[in-house]
Structures are given as C-alpha cells and as structure tokens.
Design a protein. Structure first.
Lengths: 128, 257
C-alpha cells in the first residue's frame, strides 16, 4: 500500500472526530443523564396507571382529541372509576401546570421537543 | 412423517379458540376501564337552530355585547384591519345580510340597519362538501363543526360558503388576542375558523354565549326537531326569513322581521 501512514493516520483522525462527541458526553457524565419529570400534584392517581401514561400518554391524548372533537364525547372514566373532562388544558394541566419541568423534561431529552399542541392550546403560566 | 388429519384439525381448532378468546378478553378489559359515558347535563338536540329578532336587536343602538362576548371566550383575534379580519359573529347591513327579501317598504325601515350574522349551520352545507380532509363536517345534531387538527388551510370552504361565515388565519393570531381565555384554544396561522354554536358549552349544559349575554334577549337557541321547544313555537307563531334560501343550503339561522 502506498502512503499507508497517511491513509491510516487519516482514518484515525476521522474516527476520533466522528466519535469525539460521544466520548466527550461519556466523560462529562452527560450520557448517564436521565430525564426526571417533576410531579407537583397531590393527587394520588392519574387518569390511567402511571406506567401506561409514561408509555402511551400520546395515544390517550389522541383518543381524547378525536372523542371530543369528532364525537362530541367529553367524559372520560379513569381506571379507578372517576370521571374526567377530556381536556389537555383543563384537566391534564391542572395537575401538571409545570410544563417546562414535566412535559419538556422528557420531550427535550428524546428530541420530540415541540409537539404542536401548544401552537393553539394555551399553556398554563408558570411562576418562577 | 407429517401430522395426520385428526391432529391437524385439533391444533387448528385450539389455535382459533385461543385467538378468539384472547381477543374478546382483551376487548372487555379495555371497555371496562376506558368506557366513555355521555355527560348527564349536556344539551342534546337533533337539529340545533338559532332565531334572531331584528327589531329587538335594533332597540339598542350600536350594541356589540354578543360579538364581544363570543370573540372573547373563543379567543378570536382582532387584527385591526378588514383584510385579515377573523370573525364568528358580526354585523352586516340588512340589504347585504338578507338580499333576497327586497321590498321597497321593508327596506325603508331596515335599510342600512345592522343585522347580526353568523355561521348558518346549513342543513346542506357547501363548505362540508368541498372540504378535502373532512376537517369540517355536519354533526348529527346539525352543528357544522370544525376540526382544527385536520384543517390544511386550503380555503375551499371559504370559497364555498355563500355567507362569508368562514375566516382564514393569514397571520399568527396569538399576539392579536386581547384578554385571552386560557380554557379555550386559540388557532394558528393557516387554518379556517367559524362559529360552532358553542359546542363546547352545550356539552356542559350551557346555551351559546351570544344567546346568554344578549341584553335584549334577541337571540334564541334550541332544537327544531323537538315540537315542544321554544324555537319551534316562535317559528310557528311568527314569520321568519333566512339568508339566501334560494341557494338550497337550508340555513338554520332564522330572522324575525
């Protein structure tokens, strides 16, 4: 192989550059970061079990949206038998008014940072 | 050595039974916890309609109570110019609002007088026919509803509506909403909006906001399919006209003159 040291050197530099950010994150501890959404409500239960909400809140919100807008049905019976008004702002955000600490915490981490809900639905004002 | 006929049928039968069993069990579990119940106090109708008494309305000169109240609770923006205007309920001069009802003597009394107009919630709505995404549709109770989530902003409905009841958001409406109602969403740039007979209020047993606030009680709202309803009585006892009935849209906002 002609110019072997140039080629191998080039490959090494390329690998260092391309994997650099990963090494940097691992070294600085950023890679271990886990999002920790803050729950401020005193309510014991959400409308569905916590595990379900973690995995599938977007499906639930979709169902709520279709039910309210398309079918005009607005009452949701939760897994523990309570009835709720199917409303993002008037139900969900009453318990979770801290959008930046609750929604954004995971959404930013998982890079689904800007769901377009908030283009129209009005987010609660946060007092800091 | 393959399986014999008897074995094959047994396995097939058991598999099918298991699949069906699992499906029904799964269904009943979700139905159990996620069942949707109709709200008891919600107003349920079969053909919602509005009656507007022009003479009562004219008692109060320059009154804009219904318009202000509607636009406030629904976060309707005020851009301050006609070109971008977004409106759910507004005033038109009599001869514009009800052009088919010409009579030189009627016009003497009503000429240039403002008539309150809004979406007519037509029985045969042209806006619904032209919507390519079914973002607007006629509900079973007659309300011509909008689903902002589906609107792609093509504005066919704006062109289709013969009453000018639909407004397009040419600009982001958020900065132009004074006195925001946080409980009701705003719209975003690129969607069409209009009156929806306060569907969100009917669901909780409330009359439309314009009906509720009118100081002259010039607006009446009710179910025309119900023979005992007040609106049926009013239309039985009075002569009412509608906007451009000749177009065949069968509008459901009635005007008493």
């Amino acid at each position: 192989m002609y110019d072997a040291w140039k080629i191998i050197g080039g490959i090494i530099i390329f690998l260092v550059l391309i994997t650099g950010p990963t090494w940097y994150d691992m070294a600085s501890g950023k890679a271990d970061y886990k999002p920790n959404p803050k729950i401020v409500t005193t309510e014991k239960n959400c409308v569905m079990p916590t595990e379900y909400m973690k995995e599938s809140h977007m499906k639930l919100l979709d169902e709520w949206r279709n039910s309210v807008v398309r079918d005009g049905k607005r009452i949701f019976t939760s897994f523990d038998g309570k009835q709720y008004n199917m409303s993002l702002v008037n139900t969900c955000m009453k318990c979770h008014p801290n959008k930046s600490e609750f929604c954004d915490e995971c959404h930013n981490y998982s890079a689904v940072g800007q769901p377009d809900c908030w283009n129209c639905h009005i987010e609660p004002e946060e007092t800091k | 050595m393959g399986i014999d006929r008897r074995k094959f049928l047994t396995i097939a039968g058991l598999t099918a039974a298991a699949a069906i069993g699992k499906k029904t069990l799964g269904d009943s579990l979700t139905a159990d916890t996620r069942e949707l119940l109709p709200k008891d106090e919600s107003l349920v109708g079969k053909r919602w309609a509005m009656i507007f008494d022009i003479k009562k309305c004219l008692h109060k000169d320059g009154c804009t109570v219904c318009m202000d109240a509607c636009h406030q609770i629904h976060n309707v923006p005020d851009f301050g110019n006609k070109k971008d205007e977004v409106k759910w309920i507004w005033k038109e001069p009599f001869e514009h609002a009800l052009p088919d009802n010409e009579s030189p003597y009627l016009e003497e009394e009503f000429k240039d007088k403002p008539v309150i107009v809004m979406c007519n919630h037509c029985d045969n709505p042209p806006c619904v026919r032209v919507c390519p995404t079914q973002a607007t549709w006629k509900r079973e109770d007659g309300i011509v509803m909008m689903d902002m989530h589906r609107c792609i902003g093509c504005r066919y409905c704006v062109a289709g509506c013969p009453y000018g009841s639909r407004s397009f958001n040419w600009r982001d409406p958020r900065p132009f909403i004074k006195n925001e109602n946080p409980e009701y969403p705003t719209r975003e740039r690129g969607v069409v909006e209009k009156c929806d007979f306060c569907a969100e209020r009917l669901a909780f047993g409330l009359q439309p906001r314009c009906v509720e606030v009118c100081p002259e009680k010039a607006l009446k709202f009710g179910d025309l399919e119900d023979p005992e309803s007040e609106v049926r009585q009013i239309l039985h006892d009075n002569f009412a006209i509608r906007r451009k009935p000749g177009l065949g849209t069968n509008p459901q906002v009635y005007y008493l003159v």
